[in-house]
Design a protein around this ligand. Structure first.
Ligand SMILES: *[C@@H]1O[C@H](CO)[C@@H](O)[C@H](O)[C@H]1NC(C)=O
Ligand SMILES: *[C@@H]1O[C@H](CO)[C@@H](O)[C@H](O)[C@H]1NC(C)=O
Ligand SMILES: *[C@@H]1O[C@H](CO)[C@@H](O)[C@H](O)[C@H]1NC(C)=O
Length: 533
């Protein structure tokens, strides 16, 4: 009886899970053109908050005490002396970082040695990464906050990517989204677009909303201020077009549904394309490229003078069963100009003749109806229909050309994470092992494994996200089991500082948060990696 109840409950749980996923996938597409679900609760994971108490070797430093003036005497912290504290301390005290008053802190100064390396290999460094841990009182008098010495560490990394210098004029990107979301997205778009010379077209879906006076020119100016060749416009289509399943007398939505605008981007992009334009990249407003250079190298393997449709499937089989075989919009979809021109005369009819709500689904039907072109899958583009804790993916060493759903289905500060690509290109997410138990996944995390790294098959993806079962195998297998908070202690990259383009020292702050509100004063643990550039 009991066994029967249990298995009935297991069935029910599985059923409920599947229903929830289907609802989310569907709601997502109804709310946005493809997968930009904005209102999921922030996915705080157990490994974010679980306090672990296993010992890490830490040797006390002679200068651990609050030696007055010690920080000022350390010349490498003097890159900016304005304000009451030096830049390194001001950074740790910043509100956005929100660290506890007292932190356990250590840092290393990384000397990157650039070489052609095997990026797949997890290099072994026999010394420890985290050394010289000291307690800092961030609320105290600046003059009494003494940062420990910054022990140098040499890491072999790939060469930096060539500077942007406007060399991507053959790429044209398009996004349809609301004014507010386009405003929010600027710093993140800026990471890969600034100075690239690529054209960027954004259609503001709610620009004509009667309740707001949106200043489209101001939005465009803010993009141009970041040296993005942006063209930001009101929708040409003022009202949704009727679809195959729209009732005769139905009220058509005004302004036009963002999914229709997303699909019609092909027209907006062709209107501004130049003779130089090779690829039209149709994006979601939360599609992120860690860097344009590797994406461009990949696109160059395809013939832009022929009709071509490039993209990625979803990475979740549930999505595949709902939406089918197509280029999923969030991963980034690329059309060659000849294909876009073939589709152009049919775009409005394609909307009228489909029942599919999502922009990427309309594109699929339109390609099938009006060309013989079929989808070419591009390795490294990711739709990321994964929910919860994505660390298994980001710590797997897999290269990634695009990242998606990082501010809804899961949370990851992607622009901060990928900033290190400006120092050493493909070193973003490169992995090193230190001593017996520590793994650095560059730009994402430092993990300390209680039972050592040897026990782990690092080629496998740790199943950290929700339901990492067979429905993800076709993209992520093989998996290894998720570790508990006391088997694995995680420091996640939260913030970076330093303008690499100006040759400033570049700091990555990795944080293991102490639980809040449990009586005793929390003490966050912080590891800072300072890259000499
Ligand atoms: C400790 O700090 C003092 C200056 O405050 C410095 O002269 C000395 O070299 C430091 N010792 C170590 C081991 O870093
Ligand atoms: C690092 O050490 C592990 C375990 O000792 C070994 O299996 C691996 O091959 C080493 N990696 C490299 C790149 O030498
Ligand atoms: C802005 O981008 C262009 C390429 O589009 C580049 O040539 C120029 O140097 C950039 N300007 C600044 C100030 O970064």
């Amino acid at each position: 009886m009991l066994a029967h109840q249990c298995s009935a409950r297991a069935y029910l749980a599985t059923f409920v899970t599947i229903v929830v996923i289907i609802l989310l996938l569907t709601a997502d597409r109804l709310v946005h053109h493809s997968h930009a679900l904005a209102h999921l609760p922030a996915g705080k994971t157990s490994s974010d908050t679980t306090q672990t108490n296993f010992e890490r070797p830490s040797k006390p430093l002679p200068n651990e005490s609050d030696t007055p003036g010690a920080s000022a005497s350390n010349p490498e912290d003097d890159d900016s002396i304005e304000g009451p504290c030096n830049r390194a301390v001001r950074f740790l005290r910043s509100k956005e970082l929100g660290l506890s008053n007292k932190i356990q802190y250590s840092r290393r100064c990384i000397r990157p040695v650039h070489a052609e390396i095997d990026r797949e290999e997890v290099a072994n460094v026999s010394s420890l990464l985290i050394t010289g841990t000291t307690v800092l009182d961030l609320n105290g008098d600046c003059n009494r906050i003494a940062l420990p010495p910054c022990e140098p560490l040499t890491l072999h990394v790939p060469p930096a990517y060539p500077p942007q210098q406007g060399q991507y004029g053959h790429l044209l990107f398009g996004v349809a989204s609301s004014y507010e979301r386009l405003q929010d997205a600027l710093p993140v778009f800026s990471h890969w677009l600034s100075g690239s010379g690529a054209l960027f077209v954004a259609v503001v879906s709610n620009a004509d909303s009667p309740d707001h006076k949106y200043d489209i020119a101001a939005l465009e100016a803010s993009y141009r201020q970041q040296n993005i060749s942006a063209i930001i416009t009101r929708p040409r289509l003022k009202q949704s077009l009727p679809r195959l399943d729209t009732a005769e007398d139905a009220e058509l939505s005004r302004p036009a549904a963002v999914e229709q605008l997303h699909f019609l981007l092909i027209e907006d992009m062709l209107n501004v394309a130049t003779p130089q334009t090779q690829w039209l990249g149709v994006l979601d407003d939360d599609t992120f490229f860690p860097a344009l250079h590797p994406l461009d190298l990949t696109l160059r393997q395809h013939d832009h003078t022929r009709p071509r449709w490039l993209g990625a499937l979803a990475d979740n089989w549930v999505s595949m069963t709902i939406w089918g075989f197509m280029a999923y919009g969030g991963a980034g979809t690329f059309l060659s100009v000849p294909l876009a021109k073939q589709l152009h005369p049919h775009l409005r009819d394609c909307i009228r003749q489909t029942k599919i709500v999502s922009g990427d689904g309309m594109l699929k039907e339109c390609v099938y109806a009006h060309s013989t072109t079929k989808l070419t899958l591009v390795e490294g583009l990711h739709q990321h229909d994964i929910m919860g804790d994505p660390s298994g993916f980001f710590e797997s060493g897999r290269k990634t050309l695009s990242i998606h759903h990082w501010k809804s289905w899961y949370h990851a500060p992607v622009a901060q994470m990928a900033a290190v690509a400006k120092v050493c290109g493909d070193c973003f997410l490169q992995r090193w092992r230190f001593g017996r138990d520590t793994l650095l996944a560059n730009g994402y995390s430092i993990s300390v494994y209680r039972d050592g790294v040897d026990k782990l098959d690092l080629d496998r993806v740790e199943g950290t996200f929700n339901d990492p079962d067979a429905k993800f195998d076709f993209v992520y297998a093989p998996f290894r089991p998720k570790l508990s908070g006391d088997q694995k202690k995680s420091y996640r990259l939260e913030k970076v500082d330093g303008d690499i383009d100006r040759g400033e020292r570049f700091r990555q702050v990795y944080v293991h948060r102490a639980p809040r509100g449990e009586g005793s004063e929390p003490v966050d643990e912080v590891v800072e990696l300072v890259w000499e550039v």
